[in-house]
Ligand binder design. Structure first.
Ligand code: UN1
Length: 494
């Protein structure tokens, strides 16, 4: 019997109101259940929002450096537990142990980064047009916020949201993906252990429709931060629009790597293999398109096929496995459907394209690393986010055309170019419609001190991580102090 876990509301671990639970299962071995979690509903959300509202008043008055201190202490706890949690992450989410460690490290790094913000949170002093009047801007927390996170980075992405919310002085209701509730629970336990006051961070488990939607709808929640699919993000955006809530969205993408003939081909091949197949392609930054110049295509394609041929597919706990399972059966079917679509569209399947069965595979969701060639820019496999171990080679004979192809999608998160020619580099930097651009580096692996987010339908203009992270959770207040002893009128009125 799997252990039963609870929601965390107002500093207490409590069962869901309905008493119903759902299980979290290992995507490499569906016989292993990692725990049973409350299938929460609007009632649970309501209790969590109330707890967050109660905690808010005192929390927003707590000094920034003191709020930030909880982040530092949580970072230290996570550091000590990195190995233990990485193993559990691989069992719950599937990705390789190395990548699970990276996920936790990314979370730790960002806790350190945001803790520094607790002593900054700069405003401006602004001159007044009147004598003896002092003006400044100060930041103000937005209030109770809803944080809804995906399963592909079960520690890092929640921390991208939780850490700035805490430093900002917001209190929050956190609803993690139903595929990774255990890691979310462990993360919240860390904040409990470092003594974060009750109600500042509340955890409500469950499904999007049942537990996520009530957070969006709740009148006590002032802002929503969501990372997930375009389809769900669009619905949240519509509701937040109608309800006049701030909403920051980090949605899908169709990332691209351009390979020019002067590139170091060994590096380009390695970057493509890592970018396309790390986390089994289940990153919003995954390299799902390779736009390759004709004069590089043979060398690049041969190299990539050779490299992919060496990839061991299997349980992410095994040290030499490079390609781990996809998250669940539904996602596996979706990826396999896209592979069929690619074939029907006339793309050439160079390698992979199948579900793996037999010993070591039968209890999990394994798909072999898949490379399509002869893909054109407007095929569905070149336009739609697949979120699996599938990448598509598109030919080009010109850097301007390559950039045009790169930009021909509705998304714009991460793009890379491999070239040494300075003209190509700056054209790409100037013209790529992507929030993150890499020159001679893979499309994945963003660092937390840089803004993370995309253009077009990847989001709605917000950026997570980096120096802009607080903007999601804070208002600006313009403050003026008149010490003239008169009623002064601005705009030259006397
Ligand atoms: C995501 O897939 O949503 O840049 C986040 C990267 C990671 C974060 C990915 N640092 O690949």
């Amino acid at each position: 019997m799997a252990e039963t876990y609870q929601n965390y509301i107002g500093g207490k671990w409590v069962p869901g109101a309905s008493g119903e639970t759902f299980e979290s299962r290992n995507p490499a071995d569906r016989d292993e259940a990692l725990g049973a979690f409350p299938r929460s509903s609007a009632d649970d959300v309501d209790r969590a929002v109330q707890a967050a509202q109660e905690a808010y008043r005192d929390w927003m008055l707590t000094p920034g450096p003191e709020r930030a201190d909880y982040l530092l202490r949580a970072a230290l706890l996570l550091e000590g537990r990195k190995e233990e949690y990485a193993e559990l992450m691989t069992r719950e989410m599937g990705k390789t142990l190395k990548e699970s460690r990276g996920d936790i490290q990314e979370g730790i790094d960002f806790l350190h980064y945001m803790a520094g913000e607790g002593r900054r949170m700069f405003g401006n002093t602004v001159p007044s047009e009147l004598r003896n009047k002092f003006s400044m801007t100060v930041r103000h927390p937005i209030g109770v916020v809803g944080l809804i996170t995906p399963w592909n980075f079960p520690i890092a992405i929640p921390i991208w949201k939780i850490a700035p919310a805490i430093v900002a002085g917001c209190t929050s209701v956190f609803k993690p993906a139903e595929d990774t509730p255990l890691l979310a629970t462990l993360l919240v336990q860390c904040f409990e252990e470092v003594g974060l006051p009750p109600g500042v961070l509340n955890l409500v488990h469950g499904y999007g429709e049942e537990a996520g939607a009530p957070i969006v709808e709740h009148p006590g929640v002032r802002a929503i931060s969501f990372t997930g699919s375009l389809e769900v993000g669009r619905r949240i955006n519509e509701r937040c629009g109608a309800l006049m809530k701030r909403c920051s969205l980090e949605l899908g993408s169709k990332n691209v790597m351009i390979v020019m003939p002067d590139a170091n081909m060994d590096l380009a091949v390695e970057a493509a293999a890592w970018g396309a197949f790390a986390t089994s392609g289940q990153r919003c930054t995954a390299t799902s398109r390779l736009v390759v110049h004709d004069d590089a295509k043979e060398r690049f394609t041969e190299g990539l096929l050779q490299r992919v041929g060496t990839m061991k597919v299997g349980n992410g706990l095994e040290p030499d496995v490079e390609l781990a399972p996809v998250i669940n059966e539904q996602q596996k079917r979706r990826v396999l459907d896209y592979i069929e679509i690619g074939k029907q569209e006339g793309a050439t399947l160079l390698t992979g394209g199948e579900e793996l069965t037999g010993a070591g595979y039968d209890k999990g969701n394994f798909i072999s690393p898949t490379v399509f060639d002869d893909v054109t820019a407007y095929m569905r496999i070149a336009q739609e986010e697949i979120f699996g171990p599938v990448t598509a080679i598109i030919r080009t004979d010109d850097v301007d055309e390559a950039i045009g192809i790169a930009n021909s999608v509705e998304y714009g998160l991460s793009a890379a170019i491999y070239t040494h020619y300075i003209g190509n580099v700056f054209k790409a930097v100037q013209q790529l419609e992507f929030g993150i651009v890499y020159v001679n580096a893979p499309t994945i692996g963003a660092e937390v001190q840089l803004p993370f987010g995309g253009m077009k339908n990847t989001g709605n203009g917000h950026r997570e991580a980096g120096p802009l992270a607080l903007d999601e959770f804070m208002e600006w207040k313009s403050v003026s102090v008149d010490f003239s002893g008169k009623v002064q009128k601005a705009q030259g009125i006397d």
